[in-house]
Design a protein around this ligand. Structure first.
Ligand SMILES: [Mg+2]
Length: 268
């Protein structure tokens, strides 16, 4: 078995908050030295690709910004492909607005919006929920960049974009269209953006209900790291085949150290 591409999750996989997880910069270097191309894909749209590039570089992980996709940038690319340049009322910070604008979308008031795009917004307030609700009730489509219930941090879990999406769904009675993991949409965007074609792709992440579920849907090799949202006890619960990872490792360093053995076990 030879793996050409690794798609790597960030939160809970490469770092927790601002702290790299045990040996992750060395692990990434080791994997690159074995000839594997590494790309980063995060559901977290609170930063731009350039922000993530800088964050990773500071941790000793050099990367180009076009080797990073967020659920924000993937949403911008998806909407452009499907509908052209659109009018959007965003719930999210500067990073979301920057990613949407980069693809030519216009940021507008709620009553001019064709789409409400939601990501984790640290400045969420009642007015924003009200505007989003009004927009959706008058015909705008509700798009969730992701619906992660939580984001792991060095101080425990924080409420994620999913908590905000749910509030708008509750008010409007409308189910959001999901772009981020576990939706195949983001993986198909990633596949064409990075031109995977016949490549053997491995996806590495810390969540069964996003990284692993989406990767299995794509028939990619799924690798669970136990350094984030999923603990060993969670695996004992009945999660079904769809959320079953092909490979389980402690963290990225464990994956890099056991690389040859893991590939051998994967066989053909
Ligand atoms: Mg994660």
């Amino acid at each position: 078995m030879k793996v050409d591409q690794i798609i790597m999750d960030l939160d809970g996989c490469v770092y927790l908050g601002d702290h790299p997880i045990n040996g992750s910069p060395q692990a990434i270097k080791k994997l690159r030295d074995k000839g594997v191309k590494i790309r980063f894909l995060t559901n977290n749209a609170t930063k731009t690709r350039e922000d993530y590039k800088n964050k990773l570089s500071k941790m000793g992980i050099p990367v180009e910004s076009n080797d990073i996709l967020t659920s924000g940038s993937a949403t911008a690319i998806y909407l452009k492909k499907k509908f052209g340049e659109t009018n959007i009322y965003p719930i999210g910070g500067k990073a979301l607005i920057e990613e949407l604008s980069r693809e030519g979308h216009k940021i507008v008031e709620w009553n001019k919006a064709d789409f409400v795009v939601v990501c984790l917004d640290f400045d969420i307030n009642y007015d924003k929920l009200l505007n989003a609700t009004r927009a959706v009730m008058t015909g705008a489509k509700l798009i969730a960049t992701n619906r992660d219930p939580t984001v792991p941090s060095e101080n425990g879990f924080m409420p994620g974009a999913g908590a905000i999406v749910s509030a708008i769904e509750c008010a409007t009675g409308t189910k959001a269209f999901l772009v981020g993991k576990p939706s195949k949409v983001i993986l198909e965007i990633a596949s064409s953006y990075w031109n995977f074609k016949d490549n053997v792709v491995m996806i590495v992440g810390d969540r069964l209900d996003t990284d692993i579920l989406a990767g299995n849907e794509m028939n990619w090799i799924t690798v669970l790291v136990l350094s984030g949202a999923t603990k060993i006890d969670d695996l004992k619960k009945e999660n079904g085949q769809k959320m079953k990872p092909k490979v389980i490792v402690r963290d990225l360093l464990d994956l890099a150290n056991r690389w040859d053995e893991i590939l051998k076990n994967l066989g053909e």
